[in-house]
Structure formats: C-alpha cells, structure tokens
Design a protein around this ligand. Structure first.
Ligand SMILES: Cc1ncc(COP(=O)(O)O)c(C=O)c1O
Length: 385
C-alpha cells in the first residue's frame, strides 16, 4: 500500500498544549492551570434560548452565512463597541468558532508562497493553518521589553515582496498583551504603505483590564484591509457551542463563505439562536466574568511578586506569562518537573513559538480556590530550585 498520508500534514507538529493535558488526565491529584477555557457555565438565559430553539423545532440548517438576526446583532455590537459599520448581509458571516474563521481567512486570501507574518508567542493555529494554505509563515518575535506588543519597526523588518498578510493576535494568548490605539495606528501605517492585509484575532476583545479594547478596524483605512475575527467562546463562556464570526470586505467574505459552504455548510443552528441572546442581553454576564478574571489576575501577579517570579503585567485575555529564565532550565523541563514533582500543570512558553522559551503560560480561567492551591505548589517547587 502506498503512504495514505500527505507530507504537508505529517510535517505539522501537534499542539504543545494538549501533550501536557494527556499526562494530567493520568495523574491523580493534579491541578491544571493549563487550559484556556472559561470555568464559568454559559449564562443561563443564553442556554435557555438554545433550549427554546430546540423546543420550537429549529433544528434545520441556517443560511451558509448564518442567521440574519445574528449577523444583525454582530453588526450592532461592532458599531456600539468600535463605531464601525458592517453590512450584516455582505460583510459578516458566522463560523464554527474563531478557529474556523482563522483557517478560512488564510485559505481564501493566500496563493502558494505568499508570506504571512505571525507575531509570536501567539495562539497555536496560525502557523499550521498558514502552512495548510500553502503560505509561508514568517515569525515576528514579540519582546518582553515592549510588553509583548507588536511594533511597526518589527513588521517592517520582516516585510518582503511576498508578504501579503499580517496576523494581529491581540489581546494575546499566551502573553495577555494588549495593543493601544497608538500602537495600532503605527501598524496601520505600515500595512497601508506596504499594501498588506490583516487578520485580526480579537477573540479576547471583551477581556481587557485597563480600558476598552480597540480594534484595528476602527483606524481609518483599515476596515477595507482587515478580516476581523471574534466569537462567543471566551467572552460568553461558550466554548462548546462552537460559534464565532468573521467580518471584512465583501470580496473576501464571498470567498470565505464559499469554502465554508462546501466544508461546513453552516455553523450550529442551536448555537446561533443562543448567540443572538448573548449579544442582546449578555453584557452584564460578560462584565461579571471580566471582574472575576481581573481579581484572579491581580491575585496571581501579587503572588508572583511574593514568591519571586518575574512577570510583566498583562492587561488582556486570561493568561499570565511569567519568566522562568533565572532557574536555568528550559520551559519544557520546568513544566515537566512541576507536573511530576508538584502535580501542577502549566504550559511551556515554547508551545506558542520558539521565542516563548524561558516563559510559562498560566491560565486564570480557574477558580480562586484552585489558583490558591496551585500557588502553594508553585512556591514549594520554586523554593527547592
Ligand atoms: C487567540 C485565540 N484565537 C482563537 C481561538 C479559538 O477559539 P474558538 O474556536 O473557540 O472561537 C482561541 C482559543 O483558545 C484563542 O486563544
């Protein structure tokens, strides 16, 4: 039999996050601060709307692009948060999580050999999706001395004749970094000058702790060059509902919807009805969860200071990214020993790109009690080093 597997796929490494969690499952008494998933249940009124839609027999495909009323609510949401108008029928469509939107945006926009700029450390899917789309991923190393923000100079350094897309991963997973309006204006200038397009992954846009999130689409000249990606997983604690969306120029959306139509058909119908409710009446729930995350964020930063772990202050998402450089071991070794010796699972920074070496990602999408127990273990581990 000849090899049934394509080489391009074989060469892609599996996610470095999952590897640790397979071990956690088998370790009795282990505490995990590894998964980037809200610990809250989806707010009841949102679940109720999903249940109601089932009771009403709304169990059919929606249009490929998603329910009209959901796209209208997404349009209203972006108008009220970023003061940018998207046509709900032509410029917005509903996807299976932000994940699908990332994949589709890359597949719809690149030709073989086009270069995609990917700032790292960042979410694990950009690079493999770029490779699967036959593009060439080009890494930009984000630096702690810049609070892991992306600078215009760093983009300029990596732009070539082949560069087509810049992925903008803020608020950032794993660092928690956020971009200010001024940072984005400087990036926008380069993007326009070099005729690039942006895929802006704003899945953590609702989770910022030093003021409101600013989207690059609100900078003049950027709406027409940007695919804005967002979803319901993080802000509304709806990971399992698998619902996200993409907004962008009609000419690009049409091609993305075409792939979506053949690969997926439509996002889950029940989830779409629930998402309408989330956008209409979910602001207070988001606020409550944001406050809780912020409390935990502050707790962890104080604890790190107390036990002597250096960490820049992150203002977004639900992750902290402390440095472990002073312990003289690799991130992988640190995490492996921490899990083995103290049964505490966190993720090596290298799971988010090679430049994550020397850091670990700790998620605070866990209860304060869990965090407290985890910090005891971390302190004990560090005191032995
Ligand atoms: C930065 C970032 N983007 C996108 C996603 C995908 O989220 P989903 O597909 O659940 O919307 C995640 C999930 O962890 C993420 O951290």
């Amino acid at each position: 039999m000849r090899n049934p597997i394509g080489k391009k796929v074989v060469d892609i490494k599996p996610s470095g996050i999952r590897k640790f969690f397979d071990i956690v499952q088998e370790t009795e008494g282990a505490i995990s601060l590894g998964v980037g998933e809200p610990d809250f249940d989806t707010p009841w009124h949102i679940r109720d709307e999903g249940i109601y839609s089932l009771e009403k027999g709304r169990t059919f495909y929606t249009s490929n692009s998603g329910l009209k009323e959901l796209r209208q609510e997404i349009s209203n949401y972006i108008k009220r948060t970023q003061n940018v108008e998207y046509d709900p029928l032509k410029e917005i469509f509903v996807t299976v999580g932000g994940s699908e939107a990332i994949d589709l945006a890359l597949r719809a926009m690149v030709d073989a050999g086009d270069e995609v700029l990917i700032p790292q450390p960042s979410y694990v899917s950009y690079e493999p999706c770029a490779i699967l789309a036959d593009a060439v991923p080009v890494t930009i190393e984000l630096k702690e001395e810049n609070q892991f923000r992306l600078t215009a100079e760093e983009v300029l350094e990596k732009v070539t004749d082949k560069t087509k897309i810049l992925v903008l991963p803020f608020p950032n997973n794993p660092t928690g970094a956020v971009m200010s309006k001024e940072d984005l204006e400087a990036i926008a200038k380069v993007v326009i000058e070099k005729d690039l397009f942006v895929i802006s992954d704003e899945i953590y846009g609702e989770l910022t702790y030093n003021g409101e999130h600013v989207s690059i689409v609100s900078i003049p000249g950027m709406k027409e060059r940007t695919i804005l990606i967002n979803g319901f997983s993080k802000a509304y604690a709806m990971t399992g509902w698998r619902l996200g969306y993409a907004c962008g120029p009609e000419i690009i959306m049409k091609q993305m919807v075409k792939i979506h139509q053949f690969a997926i058909m439509c996002a889950p119908t029940t989830s779409q009805y629930a998402a309408v409710e989330a956008l209409r009446n979910g602001d207070d729930d988001v606020k409550m969860m944001r406050e809780q995350y912020n409390q935990r964020r502050r707790y962890l930063l104080n604890e790190f200071e107390r036990i002597g772990l250096t960490c820049f202050e992150p203002f977004g998402a639900f992750y902290v990214f402390p440095s472990i450089k002073k312990f003289g071991m690799s991130s992988d070794e640190f995490c492996t020993r921490l899990l083995k010796e103290e049964k505490l699972a966190v993720v090596p920074g290298t799971a988010f790109g090679d430049c994550g070496e020397g850091y670990i990602r700790i998620s605070y999408a866990y209860s304060l009690d869990n965090l407290k127990a985890a910090m005891e273990r971390l302190e004990r581990f560090i005191s032995k080093l």
